[in-house]
Write a protein that binds this ligand. Sequence first.
Ligand code: ATP
Ligand code: MG
Length: 392
Amino acid sequence: MQETILVRYGEIFLKGRNKGYFESVLISNIKRALHGLRYTFVRTQNRYHIEDYDAFDRDEIVGRLQKVFGLHSLSVAAKVATDYDLLAQTVVERMPADAKTFRITVNRADKRLDKNSTQIAAMLGGKVLEAYPQLRVDLHRPQAEIMVDIRERGYSYVFCDKILCAQGMPVGTSGKGMLLLSGGFDSPVAGYRMARRGMSISAIHYHSYPHTSEQAKQKVVDLARTLTDYCGEITLYAIPFTQIQEAIHRYCRADFMITIMRRIMVEIAERVAKQHDCGALITGESLGQVASQTMQSITVTNQAVRDLPVFRPLIGMDKTEIMETAQQIGTYALSELPYQDCCTVFLPKNPVIKPSLETACKEQEKIEGLAEMIDAAIRDAEILTLRPRYAE
Ligand code: ATP
Ligand code: MG
């Protein structure tokens, strides 16, 4: 018997003629995720198999594969020759000790056998009952389900669990997006969701050093790095925003500060995005969450973007749902750290909830030397390349 990890892919099943392209990206993402580990990759019809790995790497391999978008699920399976006695022995061995009821589910791709899948399941079930007379068969709500997948070419796979993967589409098949990444809960989740639809991610962060601390910036670097486990390498553009923020504070109406700040943020983001081949902006906005995310505020911010679409994958999500996702993907604990990002510096008490575009533009025009400040901010960007920890 040999152990193997059976890997199933998801939505790209649906791709017709382009399936080959999606699969080749998916396979290279799998190999990238398994960087540094010893294994053999085997491709069969509609499945992949990870074989010949060291037993102590199993959990690491499973954990990394669970984060590869495009994969549906995986199972740690025993690979045995298709022989009824051998299958029976393997099934008996794999029966969890604490189960009281069970079922055997057989899938038979090898049509040359003399029994059909129901007959094989019944035969194997009989062997289990011989070995463990106290067990009962329950086809509907079994405590343990053992699956036997009989493949062509004389091999079968026996396994108990299907471990769900991150699903979605392979990263790299939907272009590249520029994520506006703050230190909050929302924007990392937004990046995750777009990467899950196949986007490669770059990120831009505005900081107001020295009003904000070095730790605040480090927090964002750590958040971006956490995302790299899912989406591979991320280039992070850290933009000095202090001068611009101080100018907004000096020239503009206090209640319009956040509106104008957002407009300048997206304007800079679009320029940097275009310089680096990103085809969309991504933000963590969620409708109505705060004053700057009402429909009117979003409209006024959106007007500062010229050409690129702005993707807001969290627009219809509740904060609690966003936090749940943050927990699942591992960004929650970082986002929770108290260090302020630039938005909290000079924050007005009563930001406008329904800003008019006209007033916003008029207030923004009061800022002397804004164009030069924007050029300088882009020029002085610090550029960091982040990779998963295991790839360094
Ligand atoms: P988040 O949890 O993402 O910070 P939030 O609820 O705090 O979101 P806002 O602060 O209003 O919301 O920000 C809305 C969006 O603007 C963020 O989701 C993010 O995409 C972007 N953004 C805000 N601050 C920054 C920043 N300092 N750098 C880059 N992007 C930012
Ligand atoms: Mg924020």
